[in-house]
Ligand binder design. Structure first.
Ligand code: ZN
Length: 334
Protein backbone atom coordinates (compact mmCIF):
# COMPACT_ATOMS: atom_id res chain seq x y z
CA UNK A 1 0.00 0.00 0.00
CA UNK A 2 1.56 3.28 -1.01
CA UNK A 3 -1.08 5.87 -0.26
CA UNK A 4 -4.74 6.39 0.48
CA UNK A 5 -5.33 7.95 -2.91
CA UNK A 6 -7.55 4.93 -3.54
CA UNK A 7 -10.62 6.61 -2.17
CA UNK A 8 -10.32 9.30 -4.79
CA UNK A 9 -10.25 6.73 -7.58
CA UNK A 10 -13.18 4.80 -6.18
CA UNK A 11 -15.10 7.97 -5.75
CA UNK A 12 -14.34 9.64 -9.04
CA UNK A 13 -16.08 6.64 -10.53
CA UNK A 14 -19.07 7.04 -8.27
CA UNK A 15 -19.45 10.63 -9.39
CA UNK A 16 -19.81 9.41 -12.97
CA UNK A 17 -22.87 7.38 -12.10
CA UNK A 18 -25.68 8.19 -14.50
CA UNK A 19 -28.92 6.33 -14.28
CA UNK A 20 -31.64 6.76 -16.89
CA UNK A 21 -35.17 5.46 -16.46
CA UNK A 22 -36.66 2.98 -18.93
CA UNK A 23 -38.95 -0.03 -18.68
CA UNK A 24 -37.39 -3.46 -19.02
CA UNK A 25 -38.08 -5.70 -22.00
CA UNK A 26 -41.46 -7.41 -22.46
CA UNK A 27 -41.63 -11.13 -22.54
CA UNK A 28 -44.28 -13.81 -22.61
CA UNK A 29 -45.09 -17.38 -23.55
CA UNK A 30 -48.50 -18.32 -24.92
CA UNK A 31 -50.06 -21.68 -25.70
CA UNK A 32 -52.48 -21.55 -28.62
CA UNK A 33 -54.72 -24.25 -30.09
CA UNK A 34 -55.60 -23.66 -33.75
CA UNK A 35 -58.42 -25.91 -35.08
CA UNK A 36 -58.20 -27.25 -38.65
CA UNK A 37 -59.45 -24.74 -41.24
CA UNK A 38 -58.97 -21.79 -38.80
CA UNK A 39 -56.46 -19.05 -38.06
CA UNK A 40 -55.63 -17.15 -34.88
CA UNK A 41 -53.70 -13.99 -34.11
CA UNK A 42 -51.77 -13.22 -30.93
CA UNK A 43 -51.49 -9.55 -29.98
CA UNK A 44 -48.05 -8.19 -29.11
CA UNK A 45 -49.12 -4.81 -27.71
CA UNK A 46 -47.40 -1.44 -27.36
CA UNK A 47 -44.11 -2.04 -29.09
CA UNK A 48 -41.82 0.97 -29.21
CA UNK A 49 -40.14 1.93 -32.48
CA UNK A 50 -36.73 0.43 -33.10
CA UNK A 51 -36.78 -2.47 -30.61
CA UNK A 52 -36.00 -5.97 -31.74
CA UNK A 53 -38.72 -8.56 -31.12
CA UNK A 54 -37.82 -12.24 -31.25
CA UNK A 55 -40.56 -14.83 -31.74
CA UNK A 56 -39.96 -18.49 -31.07
CA UNK A 57 -42.69 -20.99 -31.95
CA UNK A 58 -43.02 -24.73 -31.38
CA UNK A 59 -45.81 -26.74 -32.98
CA UNK A 60 -47.01 -30.35 -33.13
CA UNK A 61 -47.25 -30.05 -36.93
CA UNK A 62 -46.96 -27.71 -39.91
CA UNK A 63 -48.68 -24.31 -39.63
CA UNK A 64 -48.16 -20.98 -41.43
CA UNK A 65 -46.94 -18.05 -39.37
CA UNK A 66 -46.73 -14.31 -40.01
CA UNK A 67 -45.85 -11.18 -38.04
CA UNK A 68 -47.95 -8.15 -39.03
CA UNK A 69 -48.75 -4.61 -37.89
CA UNK A 70 -52.21 -3.38 -36.82
CA UNK A 71 -53.02 -2.02 -40.31
CA UNK A 72 -52.49 -5.47 -41.78
CA UNK A 73 -54.51 -7.04 -38.95
CA UNK A 74 -57.72 -5.55 -40.39
CA UNK A 75 -57.27 -7.58 -43.61
CA UNK A 76 -56.58 -10.95 -42.03
CA UNK A 77 -56.45 -13.74 -42.89
CA UNK A 78 -55.08 -12.17 -46.10
CA UNK A 79 -51.47 -11.20 -45.51
CA UNK A 80 -50.03 -8.73 -48.01
CA UNK A 81 -47.25 -6.80 -46.24
CA UNK A 82 -45.95 -8.97 -43.39
CA UNK A 83 -42.84 -8.08 -41.41
CA UNK A 84 -42.18 -11.80 -41.45
CA UNK A 85 -43.85 -14.75 -43.13
CA UNK A 86 -42.93 -18.45 -42.94
CA UNK A 87 -43.97 -21.90 -41.95
CA UNK A 88 -43.36 -23.85 -38.75
CA UNK A 89 -42.80 -27.52 -39.07
CA UNK A 90 -41.88 -28.19 -35.47
CA UNK A 91 -39.80 -25.24 -34.47
CA UNK A 92 -39.28 -21.73 -35.82
CA UNK A 93 -37.52 -18.65 -34.56
CA UNK A 94 -37.33 -15.18 -36.15
CA UNK A 95 -36.61 -11.58 -35.18
CA UNK A 96 -38.10 -8.34 -36.49
CA UNK A 97 -37.23 -4.71 -35.86
CA UNK A 98 -40.34 -2.69 -35.02
CA UNK A 99 -40.68 0.03 -37.75
CA UNK A 100 -43.12 2.28 -35.84
CA UNK A 101 -44.66 2.29 -32.38
CA UNK A 102 -47.89 0.32 -31.98
CA UNK A 103 -49.56 -3.07 -31.62
CA UNK A 104 -48.33 -6.07 -33.60
CA UNK A 105 -49.67 -9.57 -34.16
CA UNK A 106 -48.32 -13.10 -34.56
CA UNK A 107 -50.67 -14.88 -37.00
CA UNK A 108 -50.99 -18.67 -36.94
CA UNK A 109 -52.78 -19.97 -40.01
CA UNK A 110 -54.05 -23.57 -40.02
CA UNK A 111 -56.65 -23.17 -42.79
CA UNK A 112 -55.11 -25.77 -45.10
CA UNK A 113 -54.67 -28.52 -42.50
CA UNK A 114 -57.03 -31.24 -41.37
CA UNK A 115 -55.56 -31.64 -37.88
CA UNK A 116 -55.63 -29.18 -34.98
CA UNK A 117 -52.29 -27.63 -34.09
CA UNK A 118 -51.00 -26.90 -30.59
CA UNK A 119 -48.50 -24.04 -30.83
CA UNK A 120 -46.36 -22.53 -28.07
CA UNK A 121 -45.27 -19.00 -28.93
CA UNK A 122 -42.61 -17.12 -26.94
CA UNK A 123 -42.20 -13.40 -27.59
CA UNK A 124 -39.10 -11.63 -26.31
CA UNK A 125 -38.27 -7.99 -26.68
CA UNK A 126 -34.61 -7.06 -26.61
CA UNK A 127 -33.74 -4.56 -23.91
CA UNK A 128 -33.89 -1.00 -25.13
CA UNK A 129 -30.68 1.00 -25.36
CA UNK A 130 -31.81 3.01 -22.33
CA UNK A 131 -32.48 -0.09 -20.24
CA UNK A 132 -29.16 -1.54 -21.31
CA UNK A 133 -27.36 1.71 -20.39
CA UNK A 134 -29.06 1.66 -16.99
CA UNK A 135 -28.05 -1.94 -16.33
CA UNK A 136 -24.50 -1.15 -17.43
CA UNK A 137 -24.31 1.81 -15.08
CA UNK A 138 -25.64 -0.27 -12.17
CA UNK A 139 -23.01 -2.90 -12.97
CA UNK A 140 -20.22 -0.35 -13.12
CA UNK A 141 -21.38 1.29 -9.87
CA UNK A 142 -21.47 -2.15 -8.24
CA UNK A 143 -17.87 -2.79 -9.32
CA UNK A 144 -16.83 0.58 -7.90
CA UNK A 145 -18.49 -0.21 -4.58
CA UNK A 146 -16.75 -3.60 -4.45
CA UNK A 147 -13.44 -1.90 -5.19
CA UNK A 148 -14.19 0.68 -2.51
CA UNK A 149 -14.76 -2.06 0.07
CA UNK A 150 -11.53 -3.87 -0.92
CA UNK A 151 -9.61 -0.62 -0.51
CA UNK A 152 -11.27 0.20 2.80
CA UNK A 153 -10.32 -3.30 3.94
CA UNK A 154 -6.66 -2.53 3.20
CA UNK A 155 -6.83 0.18 5.85
CA UNK A 156 -9.31 -1.10 8.45
CA UNK A 157 -9.65 -4.59 9.92
CA UNK A 158 -13.17 -5.87 9.36
CA UNK A 159 -15.00 -8.77 7.78
CA UNK A 160 -16.22 -7.70 4.33
CA UNK A 161 -20.00 -7.43 4.02
CA UNK A 162 -22.21 -7.82 0.95
CA UNK A 163 -22.57 -4.37 -0.59
CA UNK A 164 -25.32 -4.15 -3.19
CA UNK A 165 -26.74 -1.55 -5.50
CA UNK A 166 -30.24 -2.53 -6.58
CA UNK A 167 -33.68 -1.34 -7.58
CA UNK A 168 -35.77 -0.86 -4.41
CA UNK A 169 -38.75 1.19 -5.63
CA UNK A 170 -37.79 3.97 -3.20
CA UNK A 171 -34.75 6.23 -2.71
CA UNK A 172 -33.01 4.62 0.24
CA UNK A 173 -29.69 3.47 1.56
CA UNK A 174 -29.66 1.13 4.50
CA UNK A 175 -27.75 -1.47 6.41
CA UNK A 176 -29.24 -4.76 7.50
CA UNK A 177 -27.58 -7.32 9.75
CA UNK A 178 -26.22 -9.02 6.64
CA UNK A 179 -25.71 -6.35 3.95
CA UNK A 180 -25.37 -2.71 2.95
CA UNK A 181 -27.93 -1.80 0.30
CA UNK A 182 -27.76 1.33 -1.84
CA UNK A 183 -30.88 1.72 -3.93
CA UNK A 184 -30.53 2.85 -7.53
CA UNK A 185 -33.35 5.31 -6.89
CA UNK A 186 -31.30 6.91 -4.12
CA UNK A 187 -28.35 7.60 -6.41
CA UNK A 188 -30.66 8.83 -9.21
CA UNK A 189 -32.57 11.08 -6.84
CA UNK A 190 -29.38 12.66 -5.49
CA UNK A 191 -28.21 13.29 -9.02
CA UNK A 192 -31.52 14.79 -10.11
CA UNK A 193 -31.91 17.00 -7.04
CA UNK A 194 -28.32 18.18 -6.95
CA UNK A 195 -28.05 18.40 -10.75
CA UNK A 196 -24.31 17.84 -10.54
CA UNK A 197 -22.33 14.62 -10.72
CA UNK A 198 -19.53 15.78 -8.44
CA UNK A 199 -21.95 16.88 -5.73
CA UNK A 200 -23.93 13.65 -6.08
CA UNK A 201 -20.67 11.68 -5.92
CA UNK A 202 -19.64 13.48 -2.72
CA UNK A 203 -23.03 12.78 -1.15
CA UNK A 204 -22.95 9.10 -2.17
CA UNK A 205 -19.41 8.75 -0.83
CA UNK A 206 -20.45 10.13 2.53
CA UNK A 207 -23.44 7.75 2.57
CA UNK A 208 -21.19 4.76 1.88
CA UNK A 209 -18.85 5.79 4.72
CA UNK A 210 -21.85 6.31 7.00
CA UNK A 211 -23.25 2.84 6.24
CA UNK A 212 -19.81 1.29 6.72
CA UNK A 213 -19.73 3.20 10.01
CA UNK A 214 -22.68 1.14 11.28
CA UNK A 215 -21.05 -2.09 10.06
CA UNK A 216 -17.51 -1.46 11.34
CA UNK A 217 -18.68 -0.10 14.70
CA UNK A 218 -20.91 -3.17 15.17
CA UNK A 219 -18.08 -5.53 14.25
CA UNK A 220 -15.76 -3.67 16.64
CA UNK A 221 -18.38 -4.02 19.41
CA UNK A 222 -18.86 -0.27 19.76
CA UNK A 223 -22.03 0.13 21.86
CA UNK A 224 -23.65 3.01 19.90
CA UNK A 225 -23.07 1.49 16.44
CA UNK A 226 -26.75 1.95 15.56
CA UNK A 227 -26.84 5.66 16.42
CA UNK A 228 -27.14 7.91 13.35
CA UNK A 229 -25.13 10.79 14.78
CA UNK A 230 -22.35 8.42 15.83
CA UNK A 231 -22.27 6.92 12.31
CA UNK A 232 -22.05 10.46 10.85
CA UNK A 233 -19.19 11.38 13.17
CA UNK A 234 -17.41 8.11 12.41
CA UNK A 235 -17.82 8.73 8.65
CA UNK A 236 -16.42 12.26 9.02
CA UNK A 237 -13.43 11.08 11.11
CA UNK A 238 -12.69 8.17 8.73
CA UNK A 239 -12.85 10.46 5.68
CA UNK A 240 -10.53 13.00 7.33
CA UNK A 241 -8.12 10.18 8.26
CA UNK A 242 -8.17 8.92 4.66
CA UNK A 243 -7.44 12.34 3.20
CA UNK A 244 -11.02 13.04 2.08
CA UNK A 245 -11.64 16.11 4.21
CA UNK A 246 -12.34 18.33 1.19
CA UNK A 247 -15.03 16.01 -0.06
CA UNK A 248 -16.80 15.61 3.24
CA UNK A 249 -16.67 19.41 3.72
CA UNK A 250 -17.89 20.14 0.19
CA UNK A 251 -20.87 17.89 0.71
CA UNK A 252 -21.77 19.29 4.13
CA UNK A 253 -21.18 22.91 3.11
CA UNK A 254 -23.54 22.52 0.21
CA UNK A 255 -26.35 21.17 2.37
CA UNK A 256 -25.73 23.67 5.16
CA UNK A 257 -25.88 26.55 2.66
CA UNK A 258 -28.84 25.18 0.69
CA UNK A 259 -31.45 24.03 3.17
CA UNK A 260 -33.93 23.93 0.24
CA UNK A 261 -31.98 21.09 -1.40
CA UNK A 262 -31.68 19.34 1.92
CA UNK A 263 -35.42 19.72 2.39
CA UNK A 264 -36.26 18.45 -1.10
CA UNK A 265 -34.10 15.42 -0.47
CA UNK A 266 -35.50 14.96 3.03
CA UNK A 267 -38.99 14.78 1.52
CA UNK A 268 -37.92 12.14 -0.98
CA UNK A 269 -36.32 10.24 1.89
CA UNK A 270 -39.51 10.16 3.96
CA UNK A 271 -39.07 6.54 4.93
CA UNK A 272 -35.36 6.75 5.45
CA UNK A 273 -33.55 7.00 8.74
CA UNK A 274 -31.05 9.43 7.25
CA UNK A 275 -32.67 12.77 6.44
CA UNK A 276 -30.07 15.13 4.96
CA UNK A 277 -30.99 18.02 7.20
CA UNK A 278 -29.14 21.32 7.42
CA UNK A 279 -28.55 20.55 11.09
CA UNK A 280 -26.90 17.27 10.21
CA UNK A 281 -24.72 19.11 7.66
CA UNK A 282 -23.67 21.70 10.27
CA UNK A 283 -22.64 18.90 12.67
CA UNK A 284 -20.50 17.33 9.95
CA UNK A 285 -18.83 20.68 9.17
CA UNK A 286 -18.11 21.26 12.84
CA UNK A 287 -16.52 17.80 13.19
CA UNK A 288 -14.53 18.08 9.94
CA UNK A 289 -13.02 21.40 11.07
CA UNK A 290 -12.20 20.13 14.56
CA UNK A 291 -8.46 19.34 14.63
CA UNK A 292 -8.97 16.96 17.56
CA UNK A 293 -11.60 14.82 15.74
CA UNK A 294 -9.25 12.02 14.62
CA UNK A 295 -7.47 12.07 18.01
CA UNK A 296 -10.84 11.59 19.65
CA UNK A 297 -11.47 8.50 17.49
CA UNK A 298 -7.91 7.14 17.50
CA UNK A 299 -8.40 4.86 20.52
CA UNK A 300 -11.05 3.08 18.44
CA UNK A 301 -9.23 3.33 15.09
CA UNK A 302 -5.72 2.22 16.09
CA UNK A 303 -6.54 -1.34 17.29
CA UNK A 304 -8.60 -1.83 14.12
CA UNK A 305 -6.11 -0.61 11.51
CA UNK A 306 -4.22 -3.02 9.29
CA UNK A 307 -0.55 -3.33 10.31
CA UNK A 308 0.65 -1.85 7.00
CA UNK A 309 -1.64 1.15 7.52
CA UNK A 310 -0.33 1.65 11.07
CA UNK A 311 3.25 1.59 9.80
CA UNK A 312 2.36 4.13 7.19
CA UNK A 313 0.65 6.46 9.67
CA UNK A 314 3.67 6.20 11.97
CA UNK A 315 5.89 7.56 9.19
CA UNK A 316 3.75 10.56 8.32
CA UNK A 317 5.48 13.88 9.08
CA UNK A 318 2.41 15.34 10.79
CA UNK A 319 0.51 12.34 12.09
CA UNK A 320 -3.21 12.74 12.69
CA UNK A 321 -2.94 10.17 15.47
CA UNK A 322 -0.66 9.76 18.48
CA UNK A 323 2.66 8.14 17.41
CA UNK A 324 3.06 6.58 20.86
CA UNK A 325 -0.32 4.85 20.60
CA UNK A 326 0.47 3.52 17.10
CA UNK A 327 3.94 2.28 18.17
CA UNK A 328 2.41 0.54 21.18
CA UNK A 329 -0.18 -1.19 18.99
CA UNK A 330 2.47 -2.30 16.50
CA UNK A 331 4.65 -3.65 19.35
CA UNK A 332 1.69 -5.65 20.68
CA UNK A 333 1.29 -7.34 17.29
CA UNK A 334 4.90 -8.51 16.98
ZN1 ZN B 1 -27.44 5.25 9.46
Amino acid sequence: MTSHGFVLCAVTGMAVLALAGAPAGAEGTFKVKVPPGKWKALKVPNQPKGVSVTVEAKSNGAVAVAFVDSGEYGHLPAVTRPLFQGRIDQHLSFSVTIPSAGDYFVVLDNRTAEEPRAVTVTVRRARSDQARAREDSIGSFQRQLDEFQRNLNQVFLFDPVPLRIKECGAPKAFTTSSAIVLCREYASMLQETLGDRTKAGDAILFTVFHEFGHVLLAQWKYPAYDNEEVADEFATAAMVLLGQKDRVRAKAEYFAAKPSSAEAIAKAFRDDRHPLSAQRARNILRWADDPSLVRKWQTLFVPHLQTAALEQYLQQPAPLMDRGLIAQELASRR
